[in-house]
Design a binder for this molecule. Structure first.
Ligand code: DQA
Length: 140
């Protein structure tokens, strides 16, 4: 089973970016842990971009090829109608992922534009959030 894991803006800086909030693992560490955990169970295609339109393109691609998506859209979660529309329009199956518990943080992080078109949301478990999202997509 192929699974697409998409990461949005600033997640390339994980490890050094606000480690008190996001932990000390790099995005490459998170990718390696996921690959090890799902070895033999899922073919993980792991990507990161700082560009909103690139996320839209990848979500459209996932919808067309029927590949489920674990998506950490970073700050675009709280701003992007374009990403919401891509998920809804492409009929992509998406689980929203966050390392941090966005509901325990600033008010502006409490609203997600994409949650309403996602299958579910996993937030607050650090790198484990990604693994829980992939588990959910495999059951699905
Ligand atoms: C994040 C939470 C967002 O609010 C923030 O903008 C991020 C990371 C998380 O994984 O906790 O960039 O998506």
């Amino acid at each position: 089973q192929k699974i697409l894991v998409l990461n949005g803006p600033n997640l390339n800086l994980l490890g050094t970016r606000e480690p008190g909030v996001y932990g000390t693992k790099s995005l490459a560490d998170i990718e390696a842990d996921l690959r090890a955990r799902f070895d033999g169970r899922a073919a993980i295609d792991f990507r990161q971009t700082n560009r909103e339109g690139q996320l839209v393109d990848w979500i459209q691609e996932a919808g067309l090829s029927d590949v489920p998506v674990a998506l950490n859209a970073g700050a675009y979660t709280h701003t992007s109608i374009a990403i919401r529309d891509a998920i809804a329009g492409a009929k992509a199956i998406v689980v929203e992922v966050h390392l941090s518990n966005i509901h325990a943080r600033e008010d502006f992080r409490h609203r997600s534009f994409i949650a309403g078109v996602c299958r579910g949301v996993v937030a607050g478990f650090g790198p484990l959030s990604y693994a829980l999202a992939v588990e959910a997509l495999l059951v699905d």
